[in-house]
Each structure stands twice: as structure tokens, then as C-alpha cells.
Design a protein. Structure first.
Length: 479
């Protein structure tokens, strides 16, 4: 069965585009692969208090989330390069087994140390699965169906945002937080079966002549990358502003070193044209990174704003934030049929403008202490990502030759994760400097000074989003 058979289906609805010519199995892989990552993203935060009450180790709670994040970034970063050399099927099998083992170990953990091992294995598996899903899009679908694929994936995130908090509550109250881990086991088994039966095992063999020294250089590069991500993520655990700044800028410096080292390697992980200030891939990567950075503050402080400033319950605040996911999905499905390159380029630009506007509205909601403006900001951000994200990713995937395509598509997930981590660190530093969030305080934000200090944090993030918008307008028209 050739899942990427080109047929004249550009005029079909997104659902039919994703299921005709035997593509429903490929779509199932996408839904389950990305769905498991998105659900675990929402569930892990929700069950954290129960884990700490059961296993103890409150001072090490940071590692439960950060080890998963580090594993996800590392695995995702190497996925494109490894897929080109050994093929997608063995990688997907290894990733599914890692996710399966991590879920079992996490659910059965009798101490926090075993739980941390499980989370690391989960992160390695999930990071590679998500990146493989991106790299497989060009293998399993015709080019005109790519927008519909990303519209489908945005819907998966929206559903996860909607049912994630409820699912965590039901599983925890009816049994235990361990049920959240065990629920992943049948999902991992299904992914394993699909990996064996559906995913192609073709390779591109673009780097078969690499020297042994080049192969060995992969490990220190990955080690430096892990240290950099940990340093940046650790900002959330620090209380001294000088320590926060030191960890943040040390991590950023190491990321710069890794990127420069990787570019000189014969076996790079990062696309060689990434982060250039020209071309679709270079500017597309900048847009992706900057928009991820700029959106982090809303993810950190949005729910707290709803609870502290407007008296929402935890559930109400979670669903207020989920407006972003729902409007993202609506916009994505609305524009999924657009095939004209010029229109797609304009949607990327319009989306970046909408995201910038949404972040500015977040600042205004703090200044005026208005819940309605905050809800409107959530909608603008969701609409912006919904109308632009699928076409931005499509542009990145098809910007380079086949030799670079695996690397470019596989790097989308890690660059988004890195951007969110960097943005969270910047938000924490700015919130501490301005007084919006006081280190060590009972609440995440300070209600007494929120209207005076909070807007500064979001204005800075809106500036970052504005830079992404400028890069989007500079991007050449897609072919």
C-alpha cells in the first residue's frame, strides 16, 4: 500500500483527505502519537500534588517535569538524523518501547527515584514519537494534504486541553495517580503494532561516509544540550534573581555553542539552513522559536491570573485557558483547504499578527483587571496559531531537499519545546524583577501589584512576538 499516492483530492474535505487512498492508518498513527504527548502534558501537571503526597520529595518535584522535558528535546533533536540513516520503523518501535517501559515503571514506582526513571524514559519515547510523526508526514501524505494533517493534530491538542483536567481528576479519585501512567500502556502497545505494520522502513543514506570521530561527537553535543535545557528549566526552582539570570544566560550560551558545533559536524542534528536570516527554513525556524518564547508567559501565569485576580476555580481557569486550544482548532479546520502559496504566506503573517495582538490584550487585561479582555486575548492567540501554524510547519518541511527534510521536520518539536522553556525562564526573570511574581510567595502572582507590574512582562513577550511577525513578513513565498 502506498499511502502517499498522489490523487486529485485537493478539493476534498479535510476528513476525506486524511482517510482516502488508505491513509486512515497513517492518520491514526498521527492522532495516537501526538495525542499521547498532549494528554500526558496536561495530565502530568494535574497529578503532581498527589505524587508528592504519596512518594514525598517535594524539593525534587522539579525533576519530575524537567527530566521528561530533557528526554523529549534530546530524542526529538536526533530523530531526523537517525531516521535518514536507519529508517522510521526501528526508531518508532524503540520509541514506543521506551514510552511503554517508562509508563510501567512510573506507575509501579515505590520511590521518587523510580518515578524519575520512568519519566525520563517516557520523555525519550514521546519526544521521538512526536518528531517521527512530523518527519513521516511527507512520506505518508501528498503535499496538498499536509495542512489537513496539522489541522487534525491541532484538534487533538484541543481535545486534550478539554478532557485532560477532567480525566486526571477521574482517574486519581477513582483509583490513584498511578492510573494515569498505566493508562498509557495499551496506547503504547497500539503504537508498537502500528509501527511494525504500517510505518515504512526506508532510509535516505545521506551520511553513510561519516567518520568515526564525527559519530562520537554526537554524544558530547547531546550532553551539552541536556545541560543547557536543564539550566534554563531550573530557573523555575530558583529564588534569587541573580541566580535566575545566571542560569538562564548560561543555558542560552550553551545552546549557542551546541548550535555552532553542530553546524560544523558531518552528522548534524539541526538543519544547516536553520536560523539564517534569509530563506524559508531559516526564517521559518526563527518564527517558530520566537512565537514559542512569546507564548510561554501566558502558559505559566494565565491560570493563576484567572484564580487570583478574578476568583475562578482551578477548573474554570483551566477551561478559560483552553479557549486558545478550541479557537486554534476552529481556525485550523477553517483554512485547511487553502492551497495557494500566496494565501498560505499571508495566513502565516496574519497569524503572527493575531498572536502579537493577543499577547498585547493579555497586558491590557492586567492593566484594566478585565476578565473579558483576558478571554479575548486567549481567542486571538488561538486564532493566530490556528491560521498560521500548519502552513508554517508545511513550509519548513518542504523548504529543503529530501536530504534535509527529515532533519527539518524532526526539529520542529524540539524547537517549540526549547522556545517554551526559554520563554518560561525569561517570564520568571521579568516577573521577579518587576514584582509581578514574588519568589517564595504563597501565590504565583501578586494580586496587589498585578495591574502595575504584570503588563511589563506581557509587553516584553509581545515584543518577541513582534519580531516573529517581522520575520514572517520577510519569509519568501512558498512554492
Amino acid at each position: 500500500m502506498t499511502l502517499s499516492t498522489l490523487t486529485n483530492t485537493a478539493s476534498l474535505s479535510p476528513i476525506k483527505t486524511l482517510t482516502t487512498d488508505g491513509r486512515w492508518l497513517a492518520s491514526l498513527i498521527m492522532v495516537l502519537g501526538v495525542g499521547s504527548a498532549s494528554m500526558n502534558n496536561f495530565l502530568s501537571s494535574a497529578i503532581m500534588p498527589d505524587i508528592i503526597r504519596d512518594l514525598g520529595g517535594q524539593q525534587r518535584a522539579f525533576w519530575v517535569l524537567s527530566l521528561f522535558q530533557v528526554g523529549s528535546v534530546l530524542a526529538g533533536t536526533v530523530t531526523g538524523t537517525l531516521k535518514a540513516r536507519i529508517g522510521a520503523r526501528p526508531l518508532f518501535i524503540a520509541a514506543a518501547l521506551s514510552f511503554l517501559a517508562g509508563s510501567f515503571i512510573g506507575g509501579a514506582a515505590s520511590s521518587l527515584e523510580y518515578l524519575l526513571l520512568g519519566r525520563m524514559l517516557q520523555g525519550l519515547g514521546e519526544g521521538m514519537i512526536v518528531s517521527l510523526c512530523y518527519t513521516l508526514i511527507s512520506d505518508l501524505y501528498p503535499k496538498h494534504a499536509v495542512a489537513s494533517v496539522f489541522a487534525l493534530l491541532s484538534g487533538v491538542w484541543a481535545v486534550s486541553a478539554g478532557i485532560g483536567p477532567l480525566t486526571a481528576g477521574v482517574l486519581t479519585q477513582s483509583w490513584s495517580w498511578r492510573a494515569v501512567f498505566y493508562a498509557n500502556i495499551p496506547l503504547a502497545l497500539i503504537l508498537l503494532i502500528l509501527a511494525i505494520t504500517v510505518i515504512p522502513s526506508t532510509t535516505r543514506n545521506t551520511e553513510a561516509t561519516a567518520r568515526s570521530s564525527d559519530k562520537l561527537s554526537m554524544f558530547p553535543r547531546l550532553g551539552l544540550l541536556a545541560i543547557a535545557i536543564l539550566l534554563i528549566a531550573y530557573v523555575g526552582e530558583l529564588r534569587s534573581l541573580s541566580h535566575i539570570a545566571g542560569a538562564l544566560f548560561s543555558g542560552l550560551f550553551l545552546l549557542f555553542v551546541v548550535a555552532r558545533w553542530d553546524k560544523q559536524s558531518a552528522i548534524p542534528f539541526i538543519p544547516r539552513s536553520a536560523f539564517k536570516f534569509s530563506g524559508i527554513l531559516g526564517l521559518g525556524m526563527w518564527v517558530t522559536l520566537l512565537l514559542s518564547i512569546s507564548s510561554a508567559a501566558r502558559g505559566i501565569y494565565g491560570a493563576a491570573m484567572g484564580q487570583v485576580l478574578w476568583g475562578l476555580t482551578v477548573t474554570q481557569a483551566s477551561y478559560a485557558m483552553a479557549i486558545t486550544a478550541f479557537t486554534w482548532t476552529i481556525a485550523a479546520w477553517t483554512v485547511a483547504r487553502v492551497q495557494t502559496p500566496g494565501t498560505q504566506a499571508n495566513l502565516i503573517r496574519l497569524g503572527a499578527l493575531s498572536i502579537t495582538t493577543g499577547i498585547l490584550l493579555s497586558a491590557a487585561s492586567l492593566h484594566f483587571l478585565s476578565l473579558w479582555i483576558f478571554l479575548l486575548s486567549c481567542a486571538f492567540v488561538g486564532l493566530g496559531f490556528g491560521m498560521s501554524s500548519q502552513f508554517l510547519k508545511r513550509a519548513i518541511i518542504y523548504a529543503e531537499t529530501e536530504e534535509e527534510r527529515d532533519r527539518a521536520s524532526g526539529f520542529i518539536g524540539p524547537i517549540q519545546s526549547a522556545g517554551i522553556t526559554i520563554g518560561a525562564a525569561f517570564a520568571g526573570l521579568l516577573a521577579g524583577l518587576s514584582g509581578f511574581s514574588v519568589p517564595g510567595a504563597k501565590d504565583l502572582i501578586t494580586a496587589q501589584t498585578a495591574s502595575q507590574t504584570g503588563p511589563l512582562v506581557f509587553l516584553f513577550m509581545a515584543t518577541i512576538a513582534g519580531l516573529a511577525t517581522l520575520a514572517a513578513f520577510k519569509m519568501p513565498r512558498m512554492k
